[in-house]
Design a protein around this ligand. Sequence first.
Ligand code: PEP
Ligand code: MN
Length: 336
Amino acid sequence: MIIVMSPEATQEDLAKVEEKIKAEGLSFHLSKGAVRTIVGVIGDKKIISGLQMNAFKGVEKAIRITEKYKLVSREFRHEDTIVDVGGVKVGGPHLAIMAGPCAVESREQLMEAAECVKKGGANFLRGGAFKPRTSPYDFQGLAEEGLAMLKDAGEKFGLRVVTEVVNQNDIEMISNYADVLQIGARNMQNFQLLKEVGKTHKPVLLKRGLAATISEWLNAAEYIANEGNYNIILCERGIRTYETFTRNTLDLGAVAAVKELSHLPVIVDPSHGTGRWQMVRPMARAAIAAGADGLIIEVHPHPESALSDGDQSLTPQNFESTMVEVRKIAAMMGKK
Ligand code: PEP
Ligand code: MN
């Protein structure tokens, strides 16, 4: 249930509402907007359905939510959430561009990539140090050594670092090197991992699962928010369909849907979303036009020799010219 307090509600009115929720053995989260306070009630469905919160003084309306996620819903927070990553903002009027290689392969490769993406206008450097590969024989990443390279490259070029966490035991270690913890598509429903990143205050990039519905994706975000971490950036990265020409089917409709259903920022990954570098540029443009808050794009200084995802990686030149077009569309959408 979501309880919307009226703009005239007093502290005492709110305290009475809180008292009632606690007395029923339920818990709550508060969202204090400029005008209204919103109370998200969590707990036993049967008890919640018996609550008569509309009768309380200061309550404008109490809404029973049919979807299970609440904290990440638009009803709970009307304004767009802006995630602050060490001064670089994601959401609202800000355009987030995350770019870099699929995997960190060597110091030279990463430094070259970081320099290029910075030049192209990225504000985040992406790169996997722990790679969740479909085959155990594929390159698995450089682990902590790769993380140290990411940190160095991020510092050298003034880029925030985003990298994937595949194991909850590594969260603390990875947090020492990275600014944003990426939860990959394959782990979107690894609930223990979601809870553990929720306990940190690090921004989290939550990729949509390969076969996840929008509701399942938002429920995964709810796991993180429920632990107290609202610094969540959603990422549409394509879903499995019957189409075989593309690696995945990029669901840009999901961007519009998420904007309606949630206050969280959402970015798009046209690299994994298509699997073909030729399609990255048009889909990047379309994503921003659809209202996405940013992009995450694979860029490799030499895609033909990449250890992973070379087919979908842009060359530095291609990235730069893609960004020129993306920025024009972003400006039309009121973002920069
Ligand atoms: C990646 O970003 O390189 C990655 C593995 O992404 P996903 O989890 O979307 O497949
Ligand atoms: Mn990749």
